[in-house]
Write a protein that binds this ligand. Sequence first.
Ligand code: SF4
Ligand code: SF4
Length: 210
Amino acid sequence: MSEEKEFRFECKRCGNCCSDKNTIVNVTYNDILRIKDALELNLDETNHILSFYIFDKEPTEEDKKKMVISPVETERGKAFVGLRKNPDGSCYFYDKENKRCRIYNARPNFCRTFPFSFSISDKTAKKLENLIEIKYTEKAEEYCQGIDNDSPLINEEKWLKLGKETLEDLNKNYYVMQKWNKSVQNKEIEPNAKIFLRIILNIEEEEKDN
Ligand code: SF4
Ligand code: SF4
């Protein structure tokens, strides 16, 4: 870790992260495949659990640098792919009554890593704790009830391992989205949701064959 900071966390199941109307629950293509497989969804059903959140305005280069996940080109402009939301802004998979996630074992990495975010701190480092930087997300600082001083210290090894896996997943996703975006820009592909999903499903088939 880059600084000697202690991190504490124990989920208090307040539900703030799953019901925040201002948060998009971003998904990578691997997240989509994991949820599809866990719920045994067909293409139309997979399409139904997702939303394409269109940008209000074209992101600047500065905006792009801050983006953890790659935006995708759609027929209506650039968008983030995320889980669908209920009309009140909560996540489509949040069970409000029981305060639980209905797809807990298959939930996106975005949810698995909350309340933390990870970045590469030193590309030449040999040890995981020097390679990956961990911090609380801004949203966690804003409303997560599980990061106060009453919560236990985290198992850093476990979280750093998850951080590494998440960064690798984001990296793989980046290349797939770049390929998609280029094909759309070159007008080689029609940018609609079903074609997008078919391409992702094909990746899964190819990975199974290898
Ligand atoms: S997928 Fe589950 S953990 Fe993630 S925001 Fe939705 S309800 Fe919460
Ligand atoms: S905001 Fe924090 S404490 Fe509340 S449900 Fe989410 S992770 Fe748990």
